[in-house]
Design a binder for this molecule. Structure first.
Ligand code: ATP
Ligand code: MG
Length: 274
C-alpha cells in the first residue's frame, strides 16, 4: 500500500533538521496522523527506486521501541518519509533546564537499548545517529528510536543544508586508527553521551567555543560524567562504561541490559513491564 502526497493534509511543523522539515500530517484515506520527514537529496533519479527498496525492510520490522514506518515516496529529488507521530516529541525538548530525574532517565535508556538491540539483531542495522532528538516519546509513555541508517543509498545522497553542531560521534570516528569501520560500539558511545545530556539538560561539551573545540575535547578530554550528588553510583557506572574511549572495552547491548542500573526493567514483574 503506497502513500501519496495527494492523500496527506499538512498540519503543523514539528521541527527542522539538517536535511529538511518534519511536519505532522493527516493521511486522509485512513485518518491516521503521521510525522512526515522531508529528506532533500542530491542524486540522479535512477537511484530513487533503490532507496525506496532499501526502506522497504522497515515494513517487515516492528518493535515497541522503534517508531513505526508507514511508507516513503519521492517528489522530484526529495524523499518524503512517513512515520508514526510521537505526540510528546523528542527527548531534547523534554530535558528540563536541569535534566531528567534518574528514574525517568533509567526507563528511557532501557527502551533505547531495547530498540538498538532490536535493530542490530533483527535487521542487522547499526543506528549511526543516536542522540536525544532521535529518541521520541508519546503521551502513552512509550519511548522509541527514529532516524537510523536503514538505507546506504539514502545516506550517500543526503544533501546537508547545515552541518550538525553537536557531535555525538565516538573518539574513534574522529581519529580512526587501523580498523575504522563503524561498529555497534560507536553507537554505545553516542548512547552514553546522550544519557549525560538528558541527565544534565544540556549537551555535555557545550561550553567549548566551536565545533572544532568540541571535537578536540571528545578526543583529548576525559569523558563527561553525571554529578555524584544527583545520580546513583549504578547510573554513573553505566555511563562510564558506555563512554570508554577504547571502543572494544564498551559493553554490548546484552551486557547493558544486565547492568544493575537497568536489570530491574528486564524482570517481567519489574517496572519495565508496565
Ligand atoms: P538531524 O537533522 O541532525 O538528525 P534532528 O533529529 O533534530 O537533527 P530531524 O530528524 O529532521 O532533525 O527532526 C526534526 C525534529 O522533528 C526533531 O528534533 C523532533 O523533535 C521532531 N520529530 C521528528 N520525528 C518526529 C516524529 N515521528 N514525531 C514527532 N516529532 C518528530
Ligand atoms: Mg532526527
Amino acid at each position: 500500500y503506497q502513500i501519496e502526497m495527494s492523500q496527506l493534509t499538512a498540519l503543523e511543523e514539528l521541527g527542522k533538521g539538517q536535511y529538511g522539515t518534519v511536519r505532522r500530517v493527516r493521511h486522509e484515506p485512513t485518518g491516521v496522523e503521521m510525522a512526515m520527514k522531508e529528506i532533500r537529496l542530491e542524486l540522479d533519479k535512477s537511484k530513487l527506486d533503490g532507496i525506496i527498496m532499501e526502506l522497504d525492510v522497515l515494513h517487515k520490522s516492528t518493535s515497541p521501541f522503534i517508531v513505526d514506518f508507514y511508507g516513503a515516496f519521492f517528489v522530484e529529488s526529495t524523499v518524503y518519509y512517513c512515520m508514526e507521530y510521537m505526540d510528546a516529541g523528542s527527548l531534547d525538548k523534554l530535558e528540563a533546564a536541569d535534566g531528567l530525574p534518574e528514574a525517568v532517565l533509567a526507563r528511557t535508556v532501557w527502551c533505547v537499548v531495547k530498540g538498538l538491540m532490536f535493530l542490530k539483531e533483527e535487521l542487522s542495522i547499526i543506528h549511526r545517529d543516536v542522540k536525544p532528538t532521535n529518541i521520541l516519546v508519546n503521551t502513552k509513555g512509550e519511548v522509541k528510536l527514529c532516524d537510523f541508517g536503514v538505507s546506504g543509498q539514502l545516506e550517500k545522497s543526503l544533501a546537508k543544508t547545515n552541518i550538525g553542531c553537536q557531535p555525538y560521534m565516538a573518539p574513534e570516528r574522529i581519529t580512526p586508527s587501523t580498523n575504522s569501520t563503524y561498529t555497534v560500539a560507536s553507537d554505545v558511545w553516542s548512547l552514553g553521551l546522550s544519557i549525560v545530556e538528558m541527565g544534565l539538560g544540556r549537551y555535555p561539551y557545550a561550553n567549548e567555543s566551536s565545533v572544532f573545540a568540541q571535537i578536540t575535547a571528545i578526543v583529548q578530554n576525559d569523558p563527561p560524567k553525571l554529578p555524584e550528588d544527583k545520580f546513583s553510583a549504578e547510573c554513573r557506572d553505566f555511563v562510564a562504561r558506555c563512554l570508554d574511549k577504547v571502543p572494544t572495552r564498551r559493553p554490548t547491548y546484552r551486557q547493558l541490559l544486565r547492568h544493575p542500573w537497568l536489570a530491574r526493567f528486564e524482570n517481567p514483574d519489574g517496572e519495565g513491564a508496565k
